[in-house]
Design a protein around this ligand. Structure first.
Ligand code: MTE
Length: 324
């Protein structure tokens, strides 16, 4: 059977419809912002988000941000309610229903440290970082190694902008991202058999690829805590476990880091973790995936469909375990 794999720029009717609904909502939000209504009724209240209305997130007024239409997705957007209540965040539990528990995370003040092989180490307040970065919205596929996937509108900025700010030394080859550590709010971190804090890494070439995005928002609003507020990675050609949430530190190094999941189960997880339907995980076939929005089972695409942007990075890496 011949399966036609649509190119990035082809858009299906279903996708277009749900995008229309989404875009309308964005326009309504923009209009409300213009009319000063958001401040009085609150954008979260208006659309029933799972984000806690505790007044903790001073970045709310930055959203929605301009939409970047370059990266098209041919599937329907996942409903917000599903994307914000079906999560992996082991700090708050090793199951999917962690959205309430994650509200214990304090996201202000939040300081991001940039250290290691950089011209000048720095600590930067998240709101100062947001003010420096060119925020935009991108719709990306998001695929977990457990063979489920979704399509979500992330807001954030290209990671290459953070690399530019960090000014790595010429010998730096990798950037390691690290999640917060606080046992008092994250019960999972009391489970000593996990190698906390959660860390993962990218090569500098991967981190500066145009596709690599640091996420600060979702569905035109600040990122909910359960999705990794206030700062997480979206490198959509890699499995979900690479997408570090609630980042507090970027360290530049010349040594390939051993990631959280490699330390835990080396034979199941590697450094590269690029998506490939032909390379099964020891426990899950990667040939297909279940779209958690529609419930449909669909074929998985090499590099999650983003090969045209990233395949070249790996062309001279014979012998590397690129796909798990
Ligand atoms: N980051 C941290 N700090 N802790 C985690 O447990 N889980 C990863 C990734 N980032 C995880 C994490 C996994 S396995 C997946 S699939 C994605 O986050 C899930 O992101 P989502 O909940 O926004 O869908």
């Amino acid at each position: 059977m011949l399966i036609k794999i649509p190119k990035g720029w082809e858009i299906s009717g279903g996708r277009a419809t749900s995008e229309t609904i989404y875009m309308n909502r964005r326009n309504i939000l923009k209009g409300m912002a213009g009319a000063g209504l958001i401040a009085s009724i609150g954008s979260n209240a208006a659309f029933g988000t799972a984000f806690a209305a505790d007044g903790e997130d001073p970045s709310a007024s930055l959203y929605p941000v301009p939409h970047n239409d370059f990266y098209k997705v041919t599937r329907a957007l996942t409903p917000e309610k599903i994307a914000t209540t079906y999560n992996n965040f082991y700090e708050f539990g090793s199951h999917k229903e962690i959205s309430e528990a994650a509200q214990a995370l304090k996201i202000r003040p939040w300081t991001v440290k940039i250290d290691g092989m950089v011209e000048k180490e720095m600590e930067i307040d998240i709101d100062d970082l947001l003010a420096k970065m060119p925020l935009e919205e991108r719709v990306y596929r998001h695929r977990c190694v457990e063979a489920w996937s979704m399509v979500v509108p992330w807001s954030g900025f290209p990671m290459k902008e953070l690399v530019k700010l960090a000014a790595p030394m010429s010998g730096a080859k990798y950037v390691v991202m690290q999640t917060f550590e606080d046992k008092s709010v994250a019960p999972g971190q009391r489970q000593f058999w996990y190698p906390w804090p959660y860390t993962d890494g990218l090569t500098i070439e991967e981190a500066t690829n145009d596709l690599t995005f640091l996420v600060t928002g979702l569905y035109g609003k600040p990122l909910p805590k359960q999705n990794g507020s206030p700062l997480r990675l979206a490198a959509p050609w890699k499995y979900g476990f690479k997408q570090v949430k609630s980042i507090v530190r970027f360290s530049f190094t010349d040594k390939r880091p051993e990631t959280f999941w490699e330390k835990l189960i080396k034979n199941e997880y590697g450094f590269w973790a690029n998506i490939n339907p032909e390379v099964p995980h020891p426990r899950w076939s990667q040939a297909t995936e279940r779209d958690i929005g529609t419930g449909e089972r669909i074929p998985t695409l090499l590099y999650n469909g983003y090969g045209e942007y990233v395949a070249d990075i790996y062309k001279n890496m014979a012998g590397e375990r690129l796909f798990m």
